[in-house]
Design a protein around this ligand. Sequence first.
Ligand SMILES: Cc1cc2nc3c(=O)[nH]c(=O)nc-3n(C[C@H](O)[C@H](O)[C@H](O)COP(=O)(O)OP(=O)(O)OC[C@H]3O[C@@H](n4cnc5c(N)ncnc54)[C@H](O)[C@@H]3O)c2cc1C
Length: 381
Amino acid sequence: MAPALTTLAEDERLFFDSVYEFAQREVRPLVRDMDESAHMPRALIDKLFALGVMGIEIPESAGGAGATFFHAVLAVEALSRVDPSVGVLVDVQNTLVINALLRWGSDELTHQYLPRLAAASIGAYALSEAGSGSDAFALATRARESGDGFTLTGRKLWITNGNEAEVFIVFANLNPDAGYRGITAFVIERGFDGFTVGKKEDKLGIRASSTCELIFEDCRVPRANVLGETGKGYKVAIETLNEGRIGIGAQMVGLAQGALDHAVRYVKERKQFGKTIAEFQGVQFELARAAVEVEAARLLVYNAARLRETGQPFVTEAAICKLFSSEVAERVASLAVNLFGGYGFVKDYPVEKLYRDAKIGQIYEGTTNLQLQTIAKHLLG
Ligand SMILES: Cc1cc2nc3c(=O)[nH]c(=O)nc-3n(C[C@H](O)[C@H](O)[C@H](O)COP(=O)(O)OP(=O)(O)OC[C@H]3O[C@@H](n4cnc5c(N)ncnc54)[C@H](O)[C@@H]3O)c2cc1C
């Protein structure tokens, strides 16, 4: 008989528990300071590498954990339950950057970059620009053939991990006359001539996760650093983002569960009218409804991840899980703020941050409307 959707294999359960235990021990004490300073200490990032969550799918022969996409989803959920900023750092590293390299990288590229990504280097994934977000393939960054390689000119915006990353997957158009069929993916290193990391954004939520502009001024890129084929970057982008979206679903499930955990703990302590507020049926029912939503979101995320893992169609399910989980995260974090009362509105307690963090789930890796578009397309044929 097939197992329940939430039944984890023994190694998956141990992995989830060890990452969550790490998050409680190493991340939780830093959450408030990282949010206020909008900075993630390198010492914490080093511990994430040591834990083995920065190269989850990289083969052991290249220094990685040799685990699965599903493990990556579990790591993002477990970390986001404590801090969604740490969750997204790990998510981008695994579900976008490493995933794209494993899938599309030549032997030369994988030999060069996977051991570095497993050991100490952070990756970033740069598609969006000031003028092209939902309409990603309208990107204006231009690649030109030059000598034995290419030069890139243009600017990327909103790039997660931009401040810390050393390896960037960057999309540029090599042949604008061919429209999206000119888009090509390149692997670019922080030290390449003509490449600088620009302004870091000051954000509403996930403040410890850096979001930066990238500037390319005749940036020279060797021919070997084309990821996949020239003119096939649109395929690299679509296919990795389809998968990455499941990671964002996991980030939002983790966030929602974290907010619910805080709320459950608090209502058992807070007394009004001579009893704990947990004793009021009105409070119990709100929490019960939130628990239903979190469970439903988790089922959708795990199902999409299992479909992807077993090579079955998953694109609609990925859109469904990302859309639903991000809405659940916002609702549950909002409820947690309400149940904390005035204490929910101040920074001395953890839930106002989760409420701010939740908002991003409906924006990045395809806004809610774009997920609805994918689902409607599937529905209507
Ligand atoms: C914190 C953060 C981190 C990010 N990280 C990365 C990253 O690492 N790499 C990267 O490449 N990008 C990243 N992004 C960019 C992100 O993916 C885009 O912001 C997102 O795709 C939306 O694009 P936009 O901001 O241009 O909004 P727009 O596309 O301008 O959308 C504005 C509004 O219009 C709606 N809309 C647009 N088109 C349609 C349509 N056809 N039908 C109905 N409604 C529509 C949208 O749903 C939205 O509500 C990040 C963004 C943020 C804020």
